[in-house]
Design a protein around this ligand. Structure first.
Ligand code: CP3
Length: 393
């Protein structure tokens, strides 16, 4: 039984498969941990590289992307249980033909966003994903060599609604007036755009898995900007489409299915039961949800087989795992606060995740540029210690 399980979850040469097992709903000896945006501006070694290379040049140059991906793995040697490929969610709009630049201190900017549905004619009709985004696949292959089985590599893409929001707003926004105007004024055209993006998401994620990604995450960072009804109309159907599309496509190839993570930031308060049933192995939580409450809701909505070692993959009905969800701002508050909040995160009696597995520890959103790298190290160490205690209790 065990060797069969191992051959299913552990690819040859992979030395640490904790995150894969947790993603499949299994009990683990401690919680695996990684951090959204772990390769980023809070790291001096990243900033040094960025002084010499423009942001999208880093994404498009496989050697640079691989190097940046490995930076946190090296710095926090033995403390991170996954790497995430260095790239950006906005590479899909670029592949569709939209120009995107990264402005210092202002973030992403589209010089020519989609103002009206007629502007969709500016998007490529048939995107050659291999040609446009093959550099990500190359970066994944190089990174895998560099990792040498140390930890699994996560691939990712942006969710259709979040990408549409950028394509129409032309950048970040406080109100999302332009993108929402599309939803309310042109619902059918919006759905057409969302569907076109969703098809690319499927192809891009499948390509990343074929290149060697061992898990994939879909980032719906702006899900929380939508009302419950609009989330169910303009976001959730496409999240479901991506999960089933990726699984169908991978089942037709010699590639194994990989665990899929969905992070619909801000939508969990109203739609956690729906998100738990969207076809993902793991549901990412932001910090506005109490872990023990989320666990209960997800178990009710998507019971699967409550901890069944025979199950392997969401299709087989394992319980849905959770990821998250400490407020990234805790990392600014010093070691005592970090320890207190990690205790709260881990211990069921404090409303935390508890020791029954099916949990991937992470922050509730990306780590921010002002964090002292030493404080992330302290978070990782504390998390490892406390979650081992809790799992062993
Ligand atoms: O997690 C990782 O370490 C992998 C790399 C990664 C980046 N962006 C690198 C990046 C990932 C997974 C992303 C996803 C991404 N990009 C999201 C979803 C996650 C989230 O935070 O909600 C979004 C919304 C974007 C779009 C984006 N890219 C924004 C809004 C910004 C600017 C502001 C910011 O938060 O940093 C970026 C730029 C970006 N993407 C940087 C990095 C390291 C910093 C840019 C720089 O070096 O100047």
């Amino acid at each position: 039984r065990k060797s069969e399980l191992e051959s299913r979850s552990k690819e040859p040469g992979l030395k640490n498969d904790l995150i894969i097992r947790a993603a499949r709903g299994e009990e683990t000896e401690r919680a695996p941990v990684w951090v959204m945006r772990q390769a980023g501006r809070y790291l001096p070694e990243f900033r040094a590289l960025r002084e010499k290379h423009e942001f999208f040049e880093c994404c498009r140059t496989p050697e640079l992307a691989a190097e940046i991906t490995l930076q946190p793995i090296r710095r926090y040697s033995g403390l991170l249980d996954a790497a995430i490929i260095f790239s950006d969610i906005l590479v899909i709009p670029q592949a569709m033909g939209l120009e995107v630049e990264m402005l210092p201190a202002r973030g992403p900017h589209f010089p020519n966003p989609l103002n009206e549905p007629s502007d969709m004619s500016r998007l490529s009709k048939k995107v050659d994903v291999q040609k446009e985004l093959g550099y990500v696949y190359e970066a994944i292959k190089l990174t895998k060599q560099g990792l040498d089985g140390e930890v699994p590599l996560i691939g990712f893409c942006g969710a259709p609604w979040t990408l549409m929001a950028y394509m129409v707003e032309g950048g970040g926004s406080k109100t999302f007036e332009k993108a929402k105007r599309w939803l309310f004024k042109y619902p059918e055209e919006s759905k057409e755009l969302l569907q076109r993006v969703a098809d690319l998401c499927v192809e891009f994620l499948v390509g990343q898995v074929k290149a060697g990604a061992q898990l994939v995450q879909v980032f719906d960072s702006w899900a929380g900007e939508l009302s419950p009804h609009d989330f169910r109309t303009f976001s959730l159907p496409y999240l479901k489409y991506i999960a089933s599309g990726v699984r169908d496509s991978l089942s037709c190839t010699s590639c194994k299915s990989v665990p899929m993570i969905v992070f619909a930031k801000g939508a969990l308060g109203h739609s956690l039961p729906d998100i738990a049933k969207a076809g993902y192995d793991v549901v990412g939580l932001d910090w506005t949800v109490e872990p023990a409450v989320a666990r209960h809701i997800v178990q009710q909505a998507a019971p699967g087989v409550v901890f069944n070692k025979k199950a392997a993959g969401a299709e087989a009905g394992h319980r849905v795992a959770l990821q998250g969800n400490m407020d990234p701002a805790v990392l600014y508050a010093g070691k005592t606060a970090i320890e207190r909040e990690v205790e709260r995160l881990c211990r069921a009696k404090k409303g935390g995740f508890g020791g029954s597995g099916a949990w991937i520890a992470n922050l509730g959103h990306g780590i921010t540029p002002g964090v002292d790298p030493e404080m992330l190290g302290h978070f990782l160490k504390t998390l490892k210690r406390v979650s081992s205690e809790v799992a062993g209790a």
